[in-house]
Design a protein around this ligand. Sequence first.
Ligand SMILES: Cc1cc2nc3c(=O)[nH]c(=O)nc-3n(C[C@H](O)[C@H](O)[C@H](O)COP(=O)(O)OP(=O)(O)OC[C@H]3O[C@@H](n4cnc5c(N)ncnc54)[C@H](O)[C@@H]3O)c2cc1C
Length: 551
Amino acid sequence: VRAPAAILPAGVSGARFEAAIQAFRAAVGAANVLTGDAALQGYRDPHSLNWNEAAEYLASAAVLPASVEEVQAVVRIAIRYGLPLYPISTGRNLALGGAAPGYRGSVVVDLKRMNRILEVDEGRAFALVEPGVTYFDLYNHIQARGLKLWLDVPDPGQGSLVGNALDRGVGYTGSSFRDHFGAHCGLEAVLPTGEIVRTGTGALPGAASWQDFPYAPGPAVEGLFCQGNFGIVTKMGFRLMPAPEAWFSVGVQAPNYTDLQRLIDQVSFLEDAGIVNGRPLYHCTGVHPFEGRFPSAAPRIPLEELMADGWPSLERIVTYSRRHGGPSWRCDLQIYGPPEVLEAKWAWIRERMIAAIPRCDFQDVQLVKLPLTAEEAKRRKLVTFGVPNTQLFDRTAAQVAADEVRSPNQGFSDFMAVLPRTAAAVHRAQRVIYETQKEVGAPLVATPFNAPTAWFHRSLMMGAPTVALFRGAPDQNARGRKLYAAYARNMAAAGFGVYRAPPAMQDLAAAQYGWGDRALLRFQQRLKDAADPHGLVAPGRYGVWPRRLRT
Ligand SMILES: Cc1cc2nc3c(=O)[nH]c(=O)nc-3n(C[C@H](O)[C@H](O)[C@H](O)COP(=O)(O)OP(=O)(O)OC[C@H]3O[C@@H](n4cnc5c(N)ncnc54)[C@H](O)[C@@H]3O)c2cc1C
């Protein structure tokens, strides 16, 4: 068991820390200041890549302010005593840092008590919320008022709109709502000096259109708060999707391995033209995207023979696929709208696909009227319908328990890189992932059938599993870190940058974006030094260290 004194912020004496804690207690109430190992367990990252090692990011304390004024008081106390702060909204950043700080010894500023829904406007289709509002909270509020609005939700319904968006989170419904930071409209933040700023038209005293028009004249600064460390966000507006009348889905299957570019071209056109407005789901029939992690999800079409002699040639892949009747590429198209419009779109899409992809096939055509009935809801993936839930966690827990988990103390941290929407990029990324697994001696689970993910409109992503983390096996965790780092470097060398990373990998992620002698990072650091002269808010988040901590 660690001695609490071991987790003081660097350079802060025990006496000074204790004085700061007293000041925090006076500002937010003694019950809302947590110290000591037991109270701070909830601020450890269950998926930490450095679990129980000296490098684990541990908090020295947590403070839970309940108002903007209390947040300002916390910041001023931090300045007075020189304490690093780490703001979280609900701290469910699972597999990406959790509720733990990104810099060891920071005081976590936990905003879960600031959970007011400030405004929801049906006609103008927006919500203005505080950081502690969860997806469940806002969904229940909308349902209780009978508003015809949808949320775009990520897998963890227990997370917050603000925290998710500030980590550049992503969801599952309409193309213009899935990018959660992209769908925000106006925010308020307490700056590292203790001042308050409102972005966009919110800067106008008595603003009438804060959530309607995101721009103020001059440079836009709201991006500094996304994956950033320029303040503590205390309010945020979000554009909401008008509740659709129906959902349509069809699996478009292309028969040949070499059809991927044709399929991507068609799907991209449909999405860019606004004809398909839901998330396209690419996969390879019969292959699990993270094949090898979960034996229970083993492919229906065995790939051992194909992969036995290393990465197969295109000719071999094509022959193999023909012989086994697959795998073949499939993209499930999803469209939201009135049933008549969906029927008309489907007829049009069908003709277009048949003309563009010889012998393409259509599977699982479905049109579901909304809202979902209770029966429908039981058998559907609820994120598709903007309903917050914990389905994935329940399922993953069951699957993990059945397969590889020997104790509940396991986590993971998957790697995700951004790709252009081309088949060449997909194939290149598959190969890089495979070669990386080989380079570091990890299980060779990548195959030429790993499908990309179309989360953000206009790009693809390719994921790769790091080895699972075991709390009692630091050597295994070290191998996971090595694999993650190798993915980041090798994929970047191929032109594919990291999308999002846990704190232990954020320096590495930022370093890959080094064009122009790291011009972007140097600029971000100059801004950081000016905005946060004491270098106290989330030091090092995504590689942006304040001057006092730069090496
Ligand atoms: C199985 C699984 C599935 C997942 N699925 C998804 C998914 O579909 N989509 C997705 O996006 N993520 C997903 N995640 C990742 C993560 O769980 C979610 O993004 C979650 O919403 C983040 O937690 P949160 O909302 O509580 O944010 P928080 O943990 O509160 O915040 C995230 C980070 O943002 C910053 N931050 C938060 N609040 C503030 C603030 N007020 N001011 C300044 N900075 C702040 C902090 O650096 C914080 O660490 C998944 C994770 C797992 C394990």
